[in-house]
Design a protein around this ligand. Structure first.
Ligand code: F6P
Length: 371
């Protein structure tokens, strides 16, 4: 996990869904690298800039200089572009018969790094991107991973950047729904992102005083949510707020899928909130509306917490390279940032522990989990 190769030029890649703070990581990594005399390039759209350069008339690599990264700490998105299509380990290639096949292009990718005289890679991404980074490291590339996801479901780090921005926005949005829900005496169902883990729903739901929170970790029974809604009315609150993670599913049932998976692309979830809203309306007889926050949670400027965490991660990634590390992910282990092997970090998903104090707090506050 250490390498003594001299570094002259590094590449940075952002992969998977974007998260507020990506640009802050890029800025910190670039400035830290430049101060060590290393050149920096960014790969466009994950690894597409290297794997499909013909798609980029202006070149698949972006030179990263002090000027390129000036003033981007507070910008959402990523100046490099990103994609959750075209995983190099399962790259979709259309054959002459029109059939799409799954091809492993990781060897080709490692050769492309050598061709462009790139000595090391900073891969900023979620579970998918970091699993790719682990394979590249095994194939001999010097790689440092930086964990990113608004879902906060990566193991090995206490928190990922992007999560605080997402829950701050969700909390504000749910706060705003309270008055309109009250005015109409309605049940408001709010769907938030969170495919496999309910961190966003749990944190924003507790912070905004929701009445029920449905998360992937607890398959729900809507009869118990309906009872909670009845109790709200008995207690003098004529409206209710139900926060639903997109990956929540009924007991004995399955998640709501908007589009099935295909080669190189995960299934797209969608419809969990609408499903809960329709069933709750039928069960309670109360007028119900559904609001899907979706990608609004990924947009906008990162909070101060996420900016600082992202800057710390970016600078720590460069220190890791300087120390000769490879195949590791930077991770928050308060009060410091440390390094975790990529294989350990990507082994399993970090889901909400049901005995955690936040879940206990929610239950003490009377919040129903549909169980
Ligand atoms: O970043 C993870 C995530 O936010 C998931 O919660 C969600 O299912 C997914 O991204 C949606 O991504 P996209 O619409 O970009 O495919």
């Amino acid at each position: 996990m250490t390498s003594s190769t001299t570094i002259r030029r590094i590449a940075i890649s952002t992969g998977g869904g974007d998260a507020p703070g990506l640009n802050a990581v890029i800025r910190a990594a670039v400035l830290s690298a430049l101060s060590r005399g290393w050149q920096c390039v960014g790969i466009r759209d994950g690894y597409h800039g290297l794997l499909s350069p013909e798609q980029y008339p202006q070149g698949g690599l972006i030179p990263l200089t002090r000027e390129t990264v000036r003033g981007i700490t507070d910008d959402g998105g990523t100046i490099l572009g990103t994609t959750n299509k075209g995983n190099p380990l399962h790259f979709p290639v259309t054959g002459p018969d029109g059939k799409v096949e799954d091809v492993d292009r990781s060897g080709e990718l490692v050769r492309a790094f050598a061709l462009h005289q790139i000595d090391a890679l900073i891969s900023i991404g979620g579970d998918g991107s970091l699993a790719i980074a682990a394979v590249l490291a095994k194939k001999g590339l010097r790689v440092i991973g930086v964990p990113k996801t608004i879902d906060n479901d990566l193991d090995g780090t206490v928190i990922t950047f992007g999560f605080d921005t997402a829950i701050s926005f969700a909390t504000l949005a749910i706060d705003r729904l309270q008055s309109t829900a009250d005015a109409h005496g309605r049940v408001m169902v709010v769907e938030v992102m969170g495919r496999y883990a309910g961190w966003i729903a749990l944190s924003s739901g507790v912070a905004s005083s929701a009445d029920a929170i449905l998360i992937p970790e607890v398959p729900y029974d809507l009869a118990s949510v309906a009872k909670r809604i009845d109790r709200c009315e008995e207690e003098g609150q004529k409206y209710s707020i139900v926060v639903v993670a997109e990956g929540a599913k009924p007991r004995g049932g399955t998640v709501s899928v908007a589009r099935p998976s295909e080669v190189g692309r995960a299934e797209r979830l969608g419809g969990a909130g609408e499903r809960v809203a329709a069933e709750l309306e039928a069960l309670t007889g109360r007028e119900t509306r559904c609001v899907v926050l979706g990608h609004l949670l990924r947009g906008g400027s990162p909070t101060a917490f996420d900016r600082l965490l992202a800057l710390r991660f970016g600078a720590a990634a460069i220190r890791a390279l300087e120390e000769g590390r490879s195949g590791v992910m930077v991770a928050l282990a308060p009060p410091t940032v440390n390094y975790v092997p990529l294989e350990v970090a990507t082994k399993r998903m970090r889901v909400v522990p049901l005995d955690s104090d936040t879940v206990k707090t929610a239950r003490d506050l009377g919040i129903c989990f549909g169980d």
